[in-house]
Write a protein that binds this ligand. Structure first.
Ligand SMILES: CC(C)(COP(=O)(O)OP(=O)(O)OC[C@H]1O[C@@H](n2cnc3c(N)ncnc32)[C@H](O)[C@@H]1OP(=O)(O)O)[C@@H](O)C(=O)NCCC(=O)NCCS
Length: 271
């Protein structure tokens, strides 16, 4: 592979690219490439940023071109790597976005010959070195036993509907602590940080241990894990609210050091 020796390329600055991470029912949507490099290999949807576009605009355009549908994006991170054109190889910086398709899609066969949905944990390989890093990131963050998640949330609130995209966005914005055994999710808890003008604080939400596993120390383990994650990040104060009728939860919070903070807790429900 050659390197371009034009005056601009001597700086070796990366070209911006994007990857659309489309997940449904725990499965990733992959595209089979029709062009070199990596012709015939599986890839994420996405492509190069064009002059004058923001990264987000370029991703939405690429998804529209390749799948014929509008989309909504949430930033995941940037992943350096390389790409090539003809005999030249050059650095890229790949911006990955969790991408929600807004309707029915259809594959444009000029761009990709096939598509497939694969459970995240089963995706073995992907074209491009930057995408391999994204895949590793996704496997670390987004592999959940989806049925277990729903079962746990149902025990917390039997009327709650778990929306998959909201779940992944919560993974990105919050601290998550979980206890698993043999691939089964036994309990989880979340804390969402927020920097106010006064403090770096976090709010604990959605603490739940499967009813068959309660009283064995799992709730305490999850809560201490959340507190440790926040502490590492400089969180100064943790807060939470819980119904006084939740005897176990109130006992747990007091045991680890939460003290009742008398305040009026208001909600404005816009649903
Ligand atoms: C609250 C909950 C997460 C606690 O999980 P858990 O794994 O059962 O709790 P642990 O075994 O880790 O218990 C830790 C401490 O919590 C307190 N606690 C737990 N169960 C209790 C109970 N039934 N009564 C009073 N205190 C209790 C105790 O202080 C206990 O410490 P100890 O064992 O030294 O006495 C769990 O009961 C649950 O999922 N409840 C339903 C959902 C819920 O209420 N979530 C909180 C929403 S805000």
């Amino acid at each position: 592979m050659k390197k371009c020796d034009c005056p601009l390329c001597k700086f070796n600055n990366p070209r911006p690219t994007n990857s659309a991470i489309i997940i449904k029912n725990g499965k990733l949507l992959l595209a089979k490439r029709v062009k070199e490099p990596f012709k015939g290999q599986w890839d994420f949807f996405g492509g190069y940023v064009e002059a004058g576009e923001s990264i987000e605009e370029s991703l939405i355009r690429e998804v529209k071109e390749e799948l014929g549908v509008e989309s909504e994006t949430s930033y995941l991170g940037s992943f350096p790597g390389t790409a090539s054109y003809e005999d030249f190889t050059y650095p890229v910086l790949n911006f990955a976005y969790l991408t929600e398709l807004e309707g029915e899609f259809r594959l444009d066969k000029k761009e990709n010959s096939e598509l497939k949905w694969v459970p995240i944990a089963d995706v073995k390989d992907i074209a491009f070195d930057s995408n391999k890093k994204i895949l590793k990131f996704i496997k670390e963050k987004f592999v959940y036993n989806w049925e277990d998640v729903k079962k746990l949330v149902f025990q917390l609130d039997s009327t709650a509907e778990v929306k998959e995209q909201s779940f992944y966005k919560a993974v990105l914005t919050g601290y998550v602590a979980k206890v698993e055994e043999g691939g089964r999710l036994l309990g989880m808890g979340w804390a969402f940080p927020r920097q106010t003008i006064l403090r770096n604080q976090a709010i604990v939400e959605d603490m739940i241990v499967d009813e068959s596993q309660r009283g064995k120390g799992l709730g305490e383990k999850i809560l201490l894990d959340l507190i440790a994650q926040g502490k590492k990040d400089g969180v100064e104060v943790f807060e939470l609210t819980t119904n006084p009728k939740r005897i176990a939860a109130n006992g747990l919070y007091q045991k680890v050091g939460f003290r009742l903070h008398p305040t009026n807790n208001y909600l404005l429900d816009l649903r």
